[in-house]
Design a protein around this ligand. Structure first.
Ligand SMILES: Cc1cc2nc3c(=O)[nH]c(=O)nc-3n(C[C@H](O)[C@H](O)[C@H](O)COP(=O)(O)OP(=O)(O)OC[C@H]3O[C@@H](n4cnc5c(N)ncnc54)[C@H](O)[C@@H]3O)c2cc1C
Length: 354
């Protein structure tokens, strides 16, 4: 039997961030992943840190704002501990609204738009948003290296099956790699969090497909986003175009017609992208929840916690999720009202029965 203070299921950005925060507070921590760490939703993401999108639920905004404000410190620590730069940038976003109500700041004039982003089509209702971006692949690498250097034990190919209270009052965590005993367990299993018996919550997969193109001459400086599509330039000159939002179970097939629609929607905004060569396309499974809000808080068994359901915002919300889970585990007052995100709001849901 392996023993440690905390066992975490899931080595995506949420599980790794929680592990780092708890290790920093002095706990011994093991993170178990059913596959390779960081290979699911977290490495499929674009890396926008979206704070004030009109589609963001108002209940989520205190969390998104707080997380964006602590992001630079979060990244600085990961970069220092890992030696890996994660490309946190203040590019800013040009947001294209469907109506005036969509815009959270004044609409830009044609002249302003032309000087900010010359390649953009002449569009009405565009505003500038002060938003950051990060490269999720580098962020994941940095988090994994930082966690290991701090002494977090990361187990690959260790599927967490069930959590129960043992006779010793510790938790017994049954896994495909043998049993673990721990005082605390955190379910960070993303879209699969409903499968862990004893600490199940009703998360579900929401498929997202995206592509990268390499344009011959586009010099995109900002993120460009509408309700239908977004474009995110990388330092390499590549442009990410995303993303579909589909209820397709655990299917991760890349569908050429969906990719084609995204490419077309992108070239409606930046016409030169119509000719851009596609480099790659992929699909990932976002962790959704029944009401679209994250699931963060104590689980149904004593000593258990849940941090999942981050849907389209898990890269953004990693630092604040890690901070509040650490506060809860240490019995401290959370810096933010977690009631809207409490796992107990789903009590009675069959997925919780374990
Ligand atoms: C196309 C796309 C674009 C996105 N763009 C953005 C963006 O721009 N900005 C943003 O903030 N967010 C974005 N997201 C959302 C973001 O990627 C997710 O919210 C976030 O990655 C969720 O992280 P996670 O650690 O909870 O899940 P995951 O990264 O999926 O990690 C969960 C881990 O748990 C493991 N696991 C599952 N079951 C078990 C088990 N029983 N035992 C052990 N391990 C288990 C899995 O193998 C996996 O590694 C995007 C997502 C997609 C798909």
């Amino acid at each position: 039997m392996h023993t440690c203070d905390v066992v975490i299921a899931g080595a995506g950005i949420i599980g790794l961030s929680v592990a780092i925060e708890l290790r920093r507070a002095g706990a011994t921590v093991a993170v178990l992943d059913r596959g390779e760490p960081g290979r699911e939703a977290s490495s499929a993401a674009a890396g926008m840190l979206v704070v004030d999108d009109p589609e963001t639920d108002p209940k989520l905004k205190p969390l998104t704002r707080l997380s964006a404000s602590i992001y630079p410190a979060f990244v600085e620590e990961l970069e220092l501990r890992s030696g890996i730069k994660v490309e946190l940038e203040n590019r800013g976003t040009l947001y294209i609204g469907r109506s005036d109500e969509d815009l959270s700041s004044h609409p830009l004039s044609t002249t302003e738009l032309q000087s900010l982003e010359p390649g953009l089509a002449d569009l009405p209702r565009v505003c500038f948003l002060q938003e950051q971006t990060v490269n999720p692949l580098l962020l994941l690498q940095a988090a994994l290296v930082a966690a290991k250097r701090m002494g977090v034990v990361v187990h690959h190919e260790a599927l967490v099956e069930r959590v129960s209270v043992a006779a010793t009052c510790d938790l017994e965590v049954r896994t495909s790699a043998g049993p673990y005993a721990a005082a605390t367990f955190v379910n960070c299993a993303g879209a699969w969090a409903a499968d862990i018996k004893g600490v199940a919550v009703p998360s579900h997969p929401v498929k997202g497909q995206m592509l990268t193109v390499i344009p011959a001459d586009s010099n995109l400086r900002h993120v460009v986003r509408s309700r239908e599509v977004y474009l995110l330039p990388r330092r390499t000159g590549r442009i990410l175009i995303g993303a579909s939002v589909q209820q397709a179970g655990f299917d991760k097939t890349v569908e050429p017609d969906v990719i084609q629609q995204l490419h077309q929607a992108a070239s409606n905004l930046v016409p030169s992208l119509g000719e851009a060569k596609m480099i790659e396309a992929w699909a990932g499974l976002r962790p959704g929840s029944p009401d679209g809000l994250p699931i963060i808080g104590p689980g149904s068994l004593p000593g258990t916690y849940v941090a999942t359901g981050h849907f389209r915002n898990g890269i953004l919300l990693a630092p604040i999720t890690a901070a509040v889970i650490s506060e809860l585990i240490q019995g401290r007052q959370s810096r933010i009202d977690l009631l809207p995100f409490s796992p107990s709001r789903f009590v009675g849901n069959r997925a919780l029965a374990g």
